[in-house]
Design a protein around this ligand. Structure first.
Ligand code: GH3
Ligand code: MG
Ligand code: MG
Length: 532
């Protein structure tokens, strides 16, 4: 039974040593991605030496043999504390002066191997049989005590750094940060038990606890992206910035996002981390395409959660437009590791959405404004000519016939003279509304000049246009407009021109014909329709 426990424990230690060596190699391989990975690799490698040396020590039954393996352990042991603190600091982007961390290890290392003036061990070691084990018993000198104390202080300092990171970590990194906090306490507890004589048979269980720590950190590296943990300042900016940011890995899987992004894209959640972004925004094909595409920057339209959720932000759009959406300028940036060599160590990319809704709305307002008559709100002369141009193209392609009407108010000067210019303006507005009421949605009513309107009637032949013109004339002529409490009557004269069947279309000629017809209507006594 006895030897079995010894064999089992040594077997365990050797396994731990091999596992640590493997973890060290893995971390070393990732040193380009994260500066702390190299430090971590050296730390883990030193722990492997420690565990390996201890496994050797426990197999010995002579002082000389045990001493030999203790010497192997001490190659690594003094440096562990400094390495642990350095890895923690590098990990959290805390600047430290590296030599400072290794002053005491340097002294204790030299002290151990020289045992100068018996400062490390005050007397010769002895081998005692305890439980199933032969264990070295040493008489600690001041340097040995310093060595132990420094290791403990370092374990605590590392734990403190990780605890601080945990407190500032974004919600997404809480889990990783917690793993690191816990893992940094485990070896401390093990070492404390050993020094306090509380470990079974007085065995040094530190190598075992270290294996637990390294295993947890290993889990962090492979499963939770511990080395991708954001530094504190960057996390703060990331969390409070108004632009929505997604971080994607090289295979477009979601790694992280900020609160603004969660606000914008409800599909984002902690559970969604690791899922391909295309699947997450599957409902919005345009967005998925934009994210996957190479165009940069690109403008995307997204349902605006803020406006949909109601008016707590006082957004005026919310009331009038339920399905209101926002416009976002999307940019993507490749992300590189801190070692920063472009083309190497690419970690993924950031996708940033800047809210440009206000700019897009302004642009739209300017566009509409450039085409609208200020007084009446109907199209202006410019818009009329655009619409006419398009209709002409349609006509020459497919011979879709259309008509135009030129409308002029009769004796409008007298209205101005009698009721005043503001009342004249009100009459113009009222007439515009009357005309709109007589027309189809596809017709284009424009204020063409002072008291002159033009109407484009798509897909309308001469006969149809005459009917509409007559309806319009009768409607205006029969109406008594209520302006400032007074009833005002106005009549209009209308000139109509239409495209013929085999016409060579001349836009200017068509308008001129309508104008001539209008002139004839005026000459024939006004309040009339004349056809070109
Ligand atoms: P008719 O067309 O029947 O020959 O007579 P008219 O009095 O309408 O003819 P004219 O073209 O000589 O007068 C047009 C008037 O329309 C002159 C101008 O004061 C008025 N007018 C033009 N633009 C505006 C405007 O924006 N507001 C107001 N209130 N009046 C305008
Ligand atoms: Mg007139
Ligand atoms: Mg006129």
């Amino acid at each position: 039974m006895g030897p079995n426990v010894v064999v089992l424990f040594r077997f365990l230690l050797t396994g731990v040593a091999l596992l640590l060596a493997f973890l060290a190699a893995v971390a070393w391989n990732r040193r380009k991605e994260a500066p702390e990975a190299a430090t971590f690799a050296v730390l883990v490698a030193s722990m492997a030496v420690y565990a390996f040396g201890y496994a050797g020590e426990l197999a010995q039954t002579t002082i000389a043999g045990a001493q030999y393996w203790l010497n192997v352990e001490y190659l690594a042991l003094p440096w562990a504390g400094g390495l642990w603190v350095l890895a923690a600091c590098r990990h959290n982007r805390i600047k430290v002066w590296v030599p400072l961390l290794f002053v005491i290890p340097g002294i204790t290392f030299a002290g151990y191997y020289s045992n100068f003036h018996q400062l490390f061990y005050s007397g010769p070691p002895s081998l005692v049989h305890r439980g199933h084990f032969w264990v070295m018993e040493v008489q600690r000198g001041p340097l040995s005590t310093l060595d132990n104390a420094y290791l403990m202080v370092c374990f605590l300092a590392g734990a403190w750094v990780y605890l601080k990171a945990f407190r500032h970590a974004s919600a997404l990194y809480r889990k990783q940060a917690l793993i690191l906090v816990l893992s940094s306490f485990v070896p401390f507890v093990g070492y404390f038990l050993y020094l306090g004589g509380l470990s079974p048979w007085g065995l040094d269980i530190t190598p075992l606890t270290l294996a637990v720590t390294c295993g947890l950190v290993h889990y962090g590296i492979f499963r939770s992206g511990v080395f991708d943990l954001e530094p504190l300042a960057r996390t703060l900016i990331f969390n409070t910035m108004r632009d929505a940011v997604l971080i994607l890995d090289p295979r477009d899987r979601l790694l992280d996002f900020n609160p603004a992004a969660a606000h914008l894209l409800p599909a984002l959640s902690r559970e969604a981390v690791g899922t391909e972004i295309g699947l997450l925004v599957g409902g919005n094909a345009a967005l998925g395409k934009a994210i996957a595409g190479t165009e940069n920057p690109v403008e995307v339209e997204l349902d605006n959660q803020r406006t949909q959720q109601g008016s707590q932000q006082g957004n005026q759009q919310a009331g009038q437009d339920q399905g209101s959406s926002g416009f976002y300028q999307m940019r993507t940036w490749p992300l590189y590791s801190d070692s920063g060599v472009v083309g190497r160590g690419r970690l993924g990319r950031a996708v940033i959405f800047a809210d440009v809704t206000a700019q897009v709305q302004l642009r739209e307002e300017l566009r509409v404004g450039a085409e609208t008559d200020v007084l009446t709100g109907v199209a202006n002369r410019r818009r009329f000519h655009q619409a006419l141009e398009i209709e002409c193209i349609r006509f020459t392609r497919g011979h879709a016939p259309f008509s135009v009407m030129m409308i002029d108010l009769d004796f409008f000067k007298e209205i101005n003279d009698r009721y005043g210019h503001p009342a004249g303006d009100a009459v113009l507005r009222a007439i515009a509304q009357l005309l709109l009421g007589c027309l189809r949605k596809t017709d284009v009513l424009a204020r063409y000049g002072g008291e002159e309107f033009a109407v484009l009637l798509p897909e309308t032949r001469g006969e149809g246009a005459n009917v509409i013109a007559e309806r319009v004339r009768a409607s205006v002529g029969g109406a008594a407009l209520e302006i400032d409490g007074q009833k005002i009557r106005v009549t209009i004269s209308v000139g109509v021109a239409s495209t013929g069947v085999d016409d060579e279309l001349d836009q200017t000629m068509l308008l001129k014909r309508a104008d001539l017809a209008l002139y004839r209507a005026k000459a024939a006594g006004r309040n009339r329709v004349e056809v070109a």
